[in-house]
Design a binder for this molecule. Structure first.
Ligand SMILES: [Zn+2]
Length: 390
C-alpha cells in the first residue's frame, strides 16, 4: 500500500465538510471524564468487567488514544489524555475535536439520550454544527400503545406521528428492530400480532414499562414505517450487524431484509444499513443489486481497529461509491466523534488509494469518490437543502 496516495487523498478532503448521517447527542459540558467512561465509549459491552479489565487491551481503544493524544499534544496514554482534556476548557476542547476533520451537519438519533444530553437546538448552538433530527421508530410506537384499541389503530397512529415528525423537520426514521427481534423479516400473522398487542397494551394500562419486542410487533411496525418513509420520500435507517449484547448477532444480517427490497410496495424506498459488520459484505451485495440499498461502516470504524479498514476495502468490492455513507455513530463525548471522523477518512483514503495504486481509479475519480461518501450521497438521499448544509 502506497502511503503517499492515501496521504494525497486525505489532503484533498481536508476542507471537505462531512454529513454525519448517524450520530447521537453529546453530553452537556462541562464534565470531568473518567477512565471507565472513556473506555465504555469505545466498547459495545454492557458488563462493566470489560471496561474495567479488557478494553484497554483492544486495538480499537489504543488507536483511539493515539489519535486523541496527537491532537492534544500529549503522550498516547490513557492517563495523559484524561489529564490533558480534563484540565482544558470544555468548550475549547470540544471545538478542537469537532473542527478537524470538519462536519457540516449531524443527523441525530436522539433515542439514545439521557437528561445529561444536549437537545438538538442546544447542540447546534454549542458546537456550531447544523443538527437535524432522525426519528427513533420504536420509541415513538411504544408511546402510542396506550391510546390505541387494536393493532390497526396503533399502526395508523404510528404512521401519523411519523408524518408529523417529518413535517416538523426530521429528515429520516431509524429502526432498532435488530435489538428487539430478528431481522429475518416474516409476513405478520394478524392473530399473533393481536395477542402480542393486547399483552403490551395491558402493561401500558397498568403503568408498566412498554417495550416493543418480538417478531410480530416489531416487523408489523417496521413494514408500516417502510411504507410511510417511501410515501414521505425520507430514508429508513436500519441498524444491522453488531451492536450491544442486547441483540442476537446471528439474527442481524441485512440479507433478512430482502422483502423490503423486492416487494413492489416499497419501490423507491431508500434504506440506509447502519454499522453492518461483520455483514458488511452482505450489505455491499445488497447495495450492488437493489437501487434502494445504501450502507455505512459506522461503529465498525473505529471499534473494530484495523478490521474496520479491511471492512472498508471489502465493502468497496461490490458497493458502488454512490451507495456508501459516512457516519460516526458517536455519542456523549467529543473524543468519540473525533476518532470516528478521522479514522473513517483514513480508512477511506487507504481503500480508495489502493484502487488508484492498482490503476482501477484515477486520482481525480478517487478524490470525487471520497466526496460522495463523506457528504454527497447523504445530501442526496436525505434531500438536504442547501440551507441545511450552509
Ligand atoms: Zn447509533
Amino acid at each position: 500500500m502506497n502511503r503517499d496516495t492515501a496521504q494525497a487523498l486525505l489532503a484533498s478532503w481536508k476542507y471537505e465538510r462531512a454529513v454525519d448521517h448517524h450520530c447521537h447527542p453529546l453530553r452537556r459540558w462541562p464534565f470531568q471524564l473518567t477512565a471507565l467512561e472513556l473506555r465504555s465509549a469505545f466498547t459495545e459491552a454492557l458488563d462493566p468487567e470489560l471496561a474495567e479489565r479488557h478494553v484497554l487491551y483492544s486495538a480499537g481503544y489504543q488507536a483511539a488514544l493515539q489519535r486523541i493524544a496527537l491532537v492534544l499534544g500529549c503522550e498516547p496514554t490513557e492517563a495523559a489524555v484524561l489529564e490533558r482534556r480534563n484540565r482544558d476548557d470544555s468548550e475549547r476542547h470540544t471545538r478542537r475535536l469537532l473542527d478537524q476533520p470538519p462536519t457540516e451537519v449531524m443527523l441525530v438519533d436522539a433515542g439514545f439520550s439521557s437528561p445529561e444530553s444536549f437537545t438538538l437546538a442546544e447542540q447546534e448552538r454549542a458546537t456550531g454544527i447544523a443538527q437535524r433530527e432522525i426519528i427513533r421508530l420504536e420509541t415513538l410506537a411504544e408511546a402510542l400503545v396506550k391510546t390505541a384499541n387494536d393493532p390497526r389503530e396503533w399502526l395508523a397512529a404510528t404512521r401519523a406521528a411519523l408524518r408529523e415528525g417529518i413535517n416538523r423537520g426530521a429528515v429520516g426514521v431509524k429502526t432498532i428492530c435488530a435489538y428487539r427481534a430478528s431481522l429475518k423479516l416474516q409476513p405478520v400473522d394478524t392473530e399473533t400480532l393481536g395477542a402480542a398487542f393486547s399483552a403490551l397494551r395491558l402493561r401500558a394500562e397498568r403503568g408498566q414499562p412498554v417495550r416493543l419486542a418480538g417478531n410480530s410487533l416489531c416487523h408489523a411496525v417496521l413494514f408500516e414505517a417502510a411504507q410511510e418513509c417511501q410515501q414521505l420520500d425520507v430514508p429508513l435507517q436500519l441498524h444491522c450487524g453488531f451492536g450491544d449484547p442486547d441483540e442476537d448477532l446471528a439474527e442481524t444480517s441485512p440479507l433478512g431484509l430482502r422483502p423490503l427490497f423486492i416487494d413492489p410496495t416499497y419501490r423507491g424506498l431508500r434504506i440506509a444499513l447502519l454499522h453492518c459488520y461483520p455483514y458488511h459484505r452482505e450489505a455491499a451485495y445488497l447495495c450492488a443489486v437493489f437501487p434502494g440499498a445504501y450502507m455505512d461502516l459506522s461503529l465498525t470504524i473505529p471499534f473494530a481497529g484495523l478490521e474496520g479498514f479491511r471492512a472498508m476495502r471489502e465493502t468497496l468490492g461490490l458497493c458502488p461509491t454512490s451507495k456508501l455513507l459516512y457516519a460516526s455513530d458517536a455519542s456523549r463525548y467529543p473524543e468519540v466523534y473525533f476518532v470516528a471522523a478521522s479514522l473513517h477518512r483514513e480508512a477511506l483514503a487507504e481503500a480508495l488509494g489502493e484502487l488508484v495504486d492498482r490503476a482501477v481509479l484515477s486520482s481525480d475519480s478517487a478524490v470525487a469518490a471520497g466526496r460522495q461518501v463523506l457528504a454527497e450521497n447523504a445530501r442526496h438521499i436525505y434531500r438536504l437543502a442547501p440551507t441545511d448544509t450552509g
